[in-house]
Design a protein around this ligand. Sequence first.
Ligand code: PHE
Length: 337
Amino acid sequence: LKVEALAQLEQVSDPQTLNDLRVKYLGKKGALTEVLRGMGGLSAEERPIIGQVANDVRGAIEEIIESKQQAFQRAETEQRLRAERVDVTLPGRNMPQGGVHPLNKVIAEIEDIFLGMGYRVAEGPEVETDYFNFEALNLPKNHPARDMQDSFYITEELLMRTHTSPVQVRTMQSMRGEAPLKVICPGKVYRRDDDDATHSFQFHQIEGIVIGENIRMSDLKGTLLQFSREMFGSQTQIRLRPSFFPFTEPSAEMDVTCVQCGGSGCRMCKQTGWLEILGCGMVHPKVLEMGGYDPEKYSGFAFGMGVERIAILKYGIDDIRHFYNSDMAFLKQFARN
Ligand code: PHE
């Protein structure tokens, strides 16, 4: 039995057969178990001798099974290690790199300029109440100037904000009458417009507001000149033209001299040599009051600009829709500067 078992076990080359053989010899109905079971019929002298032999046989079989098992395990581990080997000397795979969207780039640039002048950045909800978007900005219901900003209403009291000025009101109120206040508010705004090369129902604005004692129109003009030169080049000139906004008095529109567009030339330059880029003015006393400031004690200025328009002028872009349709050829031009 031993010789036969050992010979068979010696030749085993896979774990399954090994297990079958273990059952065959050592299992409940195995050959060796049978021998042990038959011991009852032996004489008292024979029993220890046969028992001894049977135990030796079992020991020998167990030993060879054990060593075979270990060998199989080693082989399996080795094979796995070989299969999972990583060649760390192989060159890496190139991952395509994303870039900052040109609009976000311009927003960051404008933010940087104003942060450098001591402003902080405030944000607010895109779904706004009629109160913050219009009423607190001196645009009561049925005011004709509401037509200047055709709106997407959600309910009678809720709409998609038409400008980021409501964030200025929210910020004013959060200050509880404390000055100075200097913030800029970037964000998406929505107006009912038919999309074309120069219009989009959704675009971006950055508006700014300063409130303090003795804030004058000359402060506004100096601030805007500094901003324009940092944005468009140190030679840039500005001019203010009288205008109207319900939330500012007096109100103005600001033009800058033609921007240097770089290699492709400056197509956006008008014959007049001036380009309109933003609206501004001195904060209306009623708006100060609704924002929680005493108009007798404090004054302020505010301005607001369209980010797309600035980006179009700065980079010489011919169609506002380029910003929104995720055309890689367009976006890649901005990936690296
Ligand atoms: N909120 C105005 C607009 O969207 C811009 C503006 C802001 C004008 C602040 C004056 C002062 O048209």
